[in-house]
Write a protein that binds this ligand. Structure first.
Ligand code: GRF
Length: 203
């Protein structure tokens, strides 16, 4: 059977995409292949990372599509064109409604830079997550990979990795440590877990 074709949705720098590409190159994604990178921002550096790796890259913006519905339909159409079986949200900064998530039940995963259910849901993105963790004074934070449904950061948890908060941390320092010690290893492992599951189910 063919490998599970993975579409990675991005909006920014794409370090998590890079972690997936590097894992694939090391042979750590044996049941999947990154078949498409889709960005909702034309200027996302993640697109350059995809091109450097020889992976097809495409852009779908909400502005060009005009409405949330048209935006989601355009994304779904593009994923269909590339025969995508499974979607990884890797720093994708756009909301996806139930209309979209229902099309891919248990086939979309997301990485969130905290230990869900802490510091997650609407409004918790980027540095805000780490700011909130520091304001609360938690001593341990981390990253979570979860299935995606219509509730922001609300789907079933797949994997988590804890990271220590150190005295004097800034949000930027904490963000970097969470990426280095959790996100970049966790996301490829979770992607392989789901790809293997889909592969064995014969999807
Ligand atoms: C990461 O912190 C990820 O957890 C969050 O968005 C950020 C994306 O960073 N969802 P990058 O674009 O992968 O570098």
């Amino acid at each position: 059977m063919n490998k599970i074709r993975i579409g990675v949705l991005v909006s920014g720098g794409g370090t998590n995409l890079q972690a997936l590409i590097d894992a694939q190159n090391r042979g750590e994604l044996p049941h999947g292949e990154i078949a498409l990178v889709l960005s909702n921002r034309e200027d996302a550096y993640a697109l350059t990372r995809a091109k450097k790796a020889g992976i097809p890259a495409t852009v779908v913006t909400k502005k060009a599509q005009g409405s949330q519905q048209a935006f989601e339909e355009a994304i779904a159409h593009r994923l269909c064109l590339y025969g995508i079986d499974m979607v990884v949200l890797a720093g994708f900064m756009a909301i996806l409604s139930k209309n979209f998530t229902d099309k891919f039940p248990n086939r979309i995963i997301n990485i969130h830079p905290s230990l869900i259910p802490s510091f997650c849901g609407a409004g918790y993105y980027g540095l805000k997550v780490h700011q909130a963790a520091l304001e609360k004074g938690v001593k341990v934070t981390g990253a979570t990979v979860h299935y995606v449904n219509e509730i922001p950061d609300g789907g079933e948890i797949l994997m988590q990795q804890a990271v220590n908060v150190l005295p004097g941390d800034t949000p930027e320092q904490l963000q970097k440590r969470v990426m280095e010690q959790a996100e970049w290893s966790l996301l490829p492992k979770a992607a392989e877990l789901v790809a293997e599951k889909l592969y064995k189910e014969g999807i």
